[in-house]
Design a protein around this ligand. Structure first.
Ligand SMILES: [Zn+2]
Ligand SMILES: [Zn+2]
Length: 469
């Protein structure tokens, strides 16, 4: 049994506000550093990026061997079907500062589309969806079908299309029933299925009779499974997480974790595992208890308060409010007197029909983590994760540990002490793992929340020592 970490929401250099360093070579290299085993290609709908995908990726089977290890008993598809790897010989332009783990990153065909349309009392809807395809050939068919309907796929890696969500789902399912649509960052205010500004109140309101085809939603950085489990309807779907990284260092900051035999790994087995991870399905089949097959183990999460839309407020006015306060003010900013951006916590409260802290009887687990460079910065009383000194320590630790995920999730405290003599570093990891982290202020209106692992006094002490790990 192995564990596989998947980040299934990525973007290319062709997507708005995304780094020019997001190439397949660099993504492959940085996923290895992060400990991410499976990446979405992102943006396969973009013509230029799709050309790169076709030129640079080859079926993983060609590299790893034949169909010999098909698990016929479980009737799972051939090993690595629908998964791709970088063509041998291609090298990153932004090489990580350590020698890379040997295992190449597996890629799956994925993209994000922004649907803008009106539905219900002429209300404008702006909803982002993740689309997955089992092969490059099927992805090409999706691109052709959308282009034939007038969608301008070359305008952005995350193409904006004037098509409603249901129609999009219908089109991709008609092309191949193995295609998958997962609503992206489901709760964010501006571009999400449940968003406060242009979203819906349920999956069914959005997809109507096609609702049974939606078997998962992406929870986004500003919500975690506990928040989603407050809405009973969501027991019908799996809760997945991905990074939605706009730059290399953010790859894998949220992710979905699978467990199973290497021989069972394929596009179909990943999708099947997600499908089966809905609490309502688990309650029926108790699949999570049977540990003999490929399954979704859970998700790696931000502490939701750190996400950019957790609280309500106005960034320009520096007003950040808990939903309780927002209610008192009628949603109006006390400074500029305009309507505030209503965040994820407010929206969850609005749709919640279950008590706080409710956990379905059968459900995947989740790990609330903080990225390693932020932990290093905190442990040293340094402001900002991107300082040179933090970077140096980061590469030193990852070189010793193999991957970032190994440090955050797997290594024992003794092992951590062996790679860093600094007591404060081990203590920081311990606090993160035990959930003893304060996010203050929380994220709101596009601003990330601020991670505090140590209190002001402890930080002052760290500064006095002015010694990096
Ligand atoms: Zn999006
Ligand atoms: Zn304001």
């Amino acid at each position: 049994m192995s564990r596989f970490i998947a980040d299934l929401h990525t973007h290319s250099k062709y997507a708005r506000a995304c780094s020019p360093q997001l190439t397949l070579e660099n993504m492959d290299a940085w996923a290895r550093v992060k400990g991410v085993d499976i990446l979405s290609t992102g943006d396969f709908t973009h013509p230029k990026w799709f050309e790169e995908i076709k030129a640079k990726l080859v079926p993983a089977r060609e590299i790893f061997g034949s169909r010999a290890s098909v698990n016929t008993e479980a009737r799972l598809p051939a090993m690595y079907d629908g998964l791709y790897v970088l063509r041998p010989g291609l090298t990153p332009t932004v090489p990580p500062q350590i020698s890379l783990p040997q295992k190449p990153t597996l890629f799956m065909l994925g993209t994000e589309l922004a649907c803008i349309y009106s539905q219900g009392a002429k209300k404008m809807r702006r909803v982002h969806h993740l689309i997955y395809a089992p092969t490059i050939e099927v992805a090409a068919q999706i691109n052709a079908a959308l282009t034939a309907r007038g969608c301008k796929l070359g305008s952005d890696g995350r193409a904006i299309i004037g098509m409603n969500s249901k129609e999009l789902l219908k089109i991709i399912l008609e092309i191949d029933p193995r295609n998958v649509l997962i609503p992206a960052h489901a709760w964010t205010p501006w571009f999400a299925i449940f968003g406060s500004n242009s979203g819906f109140n349920s999956i069914a309101e959005c997809f109507e009779e096609l609702t049974p085809h939606i078997f998962a939603i992406e929870t986004g950085l500003s919500s975690d499974p506990l928040m989603n489990w407050r809405v009973k309807e969501l027991d019908q779907v799996a809760l997945v997480s991905s990074a939605d990284a706009h730059s290399l260092p953010n790859l894998g900051r949220e992710a979905t974790v699978f467990e199973g035999n290497m021989g069972d790994l394929s596009y179909d087995s990943i999708m099947q595992a997600i499908r089966e991870a809905a609490p309502a399905r688990l309650a029926n089949s108790k699949l999570l208890i049977a540990n003999s097959r490929f399954k979704m183990l859970g998700t790696i999460e931000f502490i939701p308060d750190e996400g950019r839309y957790h609280y309500d407020g106005h960034r320009a006015c520096k007003v950040c409010l808990h939903p309780r306060e927002t209610k008192k003010l009628g949603g109006i900013c006390p400074k500029c007197k305009k309507a505030m951006t209503i965040g994820v916590l407010s929206r969850v409260e609005e749709l919640a029909n279950q008590p706080e802290g409710r956990r379905p009887e059968y459900c995947p687990q989740f790990w609330s983590l903080v990225e390693l460079d932020k932990i290093i910065a905190e442990a040293n009383g340094v402001k900002g994760r991107s300082s040179k000194s933090v970077e140096k320590v980061y590469w030193d630790l990852v070189a010793k540990a193999g991957t970032e995920a190994n440090i955050l999730l797997n290594m024992s405290y003794d092992e951590l002490a062996a790679i860093s003599p600094h007591q404060r570093f081990v203590e920081a990891i311990r606090r993160v793992r035990e959930g003893r982290v304060k996010i203050n202020p929380p994220g709101y209106d596009g601003e990330y929340g601020v991670v505090n692992i140590f209190n002001a006094e402890e930080k002052l002490e760290a500064k006095k020592q002015s010694r990096l790990l």
